[in-house]
Ligand binder design. Structure first.
Ligand code: MG
Length: 313
């Protein structure tokens, strides 16, 4: 009996591992995620979670969005999941700027805001060319202070109309003195632009299109702040790419229908962190910066990794 129990325990451990990871290129993938790493559920019972962002202050905590619940949530190791802001104007993506201020993409108010150190919420941008934004979805911050914002129509309130005739990726420079010139169109030919992130050297911008293409494109970032050479980097066959992040080595981690897929800088699929629910977004954080947090439908998950997020310089 004892032998059987040991065998069963060993089998359970193996199947747990097998269920948590799908491996493409084992050598490269296991430099990023250990073979025995396990996905842990940190909280559940929410409606549709998105926009995770690790904040180092106050002992370290995760902010993330529950979009339909109109709330920003807070997770700490000690306190679990609590509500941090309500209402959130159905906030989706969140990210810190270089000064550590929270940048939030608000769906129902159709704007991008900054939460200042004193707690005040400042509207950074809510229109382009005299028309309301669609419903800002996600944001990337570049070291020159510019914000790169995706604007698909997913979150336009039912009693409101789309005013812009495109689903743009915008470049927004908060420092531009003439506010009418602060926002420019960086990419105009997306179906549903969604997650986006820079390579560690900021020479590349990755943009997920969760509409018909279901792919991630990569663009060269030119010195003048414009983009060129857009080409398909990876196409998903399960679900669509939503939130994406680059790690410190330049690998691209993308949410997908089956979890978080990891691609080498040349687009090779290295492996997938499998989640029980389809993943919408992800970020790295935790005390050592190596915990991958995953927002997936009703739940928040985490898995230890061996890398960190590419940081704004
Ligand atoms: Mg998104």
């Amino acid at each position: 009996m004892r032998t059987l129990a040991i065998l069963l325990t060993a089998f359970a451990a193996v199947t747990a591992n097998a269920a948590d990871l799908a491996v493409g290129k084992a050598d490269a993938f296991h430099q990023l995620v250990a073979a025995d790493a396990k996905v842990e559920k940190l909280g559940t019972g929410m409606k549709f979670v998105e926009g995770p962002c690790w904040i180092k202050t106050d002992g370290g905590w995760l902010v993330f969005s529950d979009i339909p619940s109109n709330e920003l949530k807070k997770w700490t190791a000690a306190g679990g999941v609590t509500t941090w802001r309500n209402p959130s104007n159905n906030t989706n993506g969140n990210l810190l700027d270089q000064q550590g201020r929270l940048i939030s993409c608000e769906h129902s108010s159709r704007r991008v805001t900054r939460t200042n150190a004193d707690g005040t919420i400042e509207v950074l941008v809510d229109s382009f060319d005299g028309k309301k934004l669609n419903s800002p979805n996600d944001v990337a911050v570049k070291s020159d202070g510019t914000l790169w914002i995706t604007d698909p129509p997913y979150g336009i309130p039912k009693d409101q109309k789309q005013e812009l005739d495109a689903q743009n990726v915008f470049r927004f420079d908060p420092a531009t003195p003439d506010k009418s010139k602060a926002m420019t169109v960086a990419i105009a030919d997306c179906d549903r632009p969604n997650g986006l992130c820079f390579s560690p050297d900021e020479k590349l911008l990755y943009v997920a299109d969760s509409g018909k293409p279901k792919h991630i494109r990569v663009f060269t970032v030119k010195d003048d702040g414009t983009l060129s050479d857009g080409k398909v980097f990876a196409t998903l066959d399960k679900g669509a790419p939503d939130g994406i992040r680059c790690d410190a080595q330049g690998n691209v981690w993308s949410s997908a229908g089956d979890g978080v897929r990891v691609y080498a800088p040349d687009g090779t699929w290295l492996g997938t962190v499998l989640t029980p629910e389809g993943a919408a977004n992800l970020c790295f954080g935790g005390a050592d910066g190596k915990t991958l947090f995953i927002t997936a439908r009703t739940s928040l998950y985490a898995i230890p990794t061996l890398t960190t997020q590419a940081l704004v310089k």
